[in-house]
Design a protein around this ligand. Structure first.
Ligand code: NAD
Length: 492
């Protein structure tokens, strides 16, 4: 039998065997096979990573920007050359389909590419003659050691929302990936190791919330990027505020798709909506989980077609060779705990009076993994638990309203407003929606309005506990201190 490996930390340019206070099993959620062990790093191990990063900051922060991006270009090439190996690891530990894993890697590349724009994106501003003989300028200066604590659902992309930008801006970094999906980041760190960064610029520590807390509270860390549940965001943001650290904390989502009555043929819409709801088994912060039909007729038509479409998804092990490239494949949810939660939510929907139009519990012949098939509730009302809660699974609520104002009212009353979309051919409705809907990211006839890395990414209200979004120019604002210099020189 193959030995199960305990993954290692990467500190000061070296791989370190953990002297951790224990390990957790890493499970393949499609088969329940144990595929690794993650060390529960101690506060001392976290401290050694932060100390290494602190030492590396001295040299890295004064390295010219063109030299800082060189290893990122090398890293980009290596990741592209090894995409298939990385995607398979990602699928094995997270359960998303291989096409979804490859798509995630594309976002990793794009974030590296965007960060390589540091020579332009990190430019400050200057104004000659702010007063007589006095000039003013801003310097976007690197700040020190930044840390990221990331979730299970994007084991590659979530860390890369932060690492390349922070490093390109002249900071050093410590990453703590999710204990549920740590293998991908360990693999990515092997490429980071070969990309030519000075030791200590990037460090990896593994563990659960204890290691995360030690990192967040470490006095050597100047700022924290967090992605996870909104409840965890609140804890992390509060701790950062108490410790006077910069923080960006991206949380949970309940994304709405609003369908207006002006589409005669809704086939294309339905496919677009279903991939938004069921991609990665609904475990994406950009996944939609609410459909709002504007008018009785649209509600009926969309419900019928959406339920039919939902039945065409194939629930299977994404690494089954017969299924591997199947575009309509849906893998499992991440864990037994997650599936139990989904089942409890489904039971609450039934108890509270919604109609369970399609029940995805216990899909046939799939006892080995944590599978949930597409599940659709109709007759949902805003008071129901299934509407109010992020279920983070392939469970969709369909609601009816009579007007666009009511639809926008629903979106705006929901506290987990990460993204929302409208399907309409009418410019008037589209404009009204984009101006009035309170959401971080808005789609017009686009079911997953995830911005490319050159634009800012983040929600609003309880979906984002911070002011500065991720990606692009925003990332450089987060990872730098905007120093202002007011200067004058007298004539000798
Ligand atoms: P989670 O909050 O359980 O865990 C995320 C990370 O936080 C993990 O690394 C974990 O070890 C750590 N952690 C857990 N409790 C902690 C605590 N008390 N203090 C410090 N750290 C702690 O989230 P998850 O289940 O891994 O991820 C799914 C969630 O992430 C969903 O709610 C999803 O919507 C959200 N998400 C949001 C975005 C976004 O951009 N808004 C993107 C991806 C995922």
């Amino acid at each position: 039998m193959e030995e199960i490996r305990t993954i290692r930390n990467y500190v000061a340019g070296e791989w370190r065997e953990p002297d951790a206070s224990g390990t957790l099993d890493v499970e393949n959620p499609s088969t329940r096979a144990i595929i690794g062990r993650v060390p529960l790093s101690t506060a001392a191990e976290v401290d050694s990573a932060v100390t290494a990063a602190g030492r590396a900051f001295e040299g890295w922060s004064v390295t010219p920007v063109t030299r800082r991006v060189e290893p990122l270009f090398r890293l980009l090439r290596m990741l592209q050359e090894n995409e298939e190996t990385i995607s398979r690891t990602l699928t094995e530990e997270m359960g998303k389909s291989l096409p979804d894993a490859r798509a995630e890697m594309k976002r990793v590349y794009q974030n590296i590419e965007a960060a390589c724009g540091a020579p332009i994106l990190q430019n400050g501003e200057s104004m000659i003659g702010t007063a007589t003989g006095i000039d003013g300028e801003t310097i976007m200066a690197p700040m020190g050691v930044f840390a990221a604590v990331t979730p299970f659902n994007f084991p590659a992309m979530a860390p890369f929302w932060f690492i390349p930008y922070a490093i390109a801006a002249g900071n050093t970094f410590v990453c703590k990936p999710s204990e549920l999906t740590p293998l991908t980041m360990e693999l990515l760190a092997r490429f980071i190791d070969r990309a030519g960064f000075p030791p200590g610029v990037f460090n990896l520590v593994n563990g659960d919330k204890s290691a995360a807390s030690a990192l967040i509270e470490h006095p050597g860390v100047v700022g924290v990027s967090f992605v996870g549940k909104s409840d965890t965001c609140r804890i992390v943001a509060a701790r950062c505020a108490e410790n006077n650290k910069r923080c960006q904390a991206m949380g949970s989502a309940k994304n709405h798709l609003v369908v207006m009555p002006d589409y005669e043929h809704i086939g294309a819409l339905i496919r677009n909506m279903s991939t938004s709801c069921y991609g990665c088994a609904g475990q994406r912060c950009m996944a939609s989980s609410v459909i709002v039909g504007v008018s009785e007729e649209v509600y009926r038509r969309v419900s019928d077609r959406f339920i039919e479409e939902s039945k065409s998804f194939i629930v299977a092990d994404p690494l089954d060779p017969d299924m591997a490239d199947e575009p309509m494949l849906m893998g499992p949810v991440i864990s037994e705990t997650a599936r139990e939660f989904v089942y409890r939510m489904i039971e609450s929907g039934v108890r509270e009076g919604a109609t369970l139009a399609l029940d995805g519990r216990d899909p046939a012949d799939l006892e080995d993994g944590y599978y949930v098939g597409p599940t659709v509730f109709t007759d949902v009302t805003p008071e129901m638990t299934i509407y109010k809660t992020e279920i983070f699974a392939p469970v969709v609520c369909i609601l009816k309203v009579d007007t666009i104002d009511e639809a926008i009212g629903l979106v705006n009353a929901h506290p987990l407003s990460n993204a929302c979309s409208i399907y309409t051919r009418g410019g008037y409705y589209a404009r009204k929606f984009k101006l009035e809907a309170r959401c971080g990211m808005i789609g017009i006839n686009v079911g997953i309005p995830a911005p490319v890395p050159f634009l800012p990414f983040g929600g609003i209200d309880n979906s984002m506990h911070c002011d500065i979004k991720m990606q692009g120019k925003s990332a450089f604002r987060f990872f730098t201190h905007e120093k202002v210099v007011v200067e004058r020189f007298w004539e000798e």
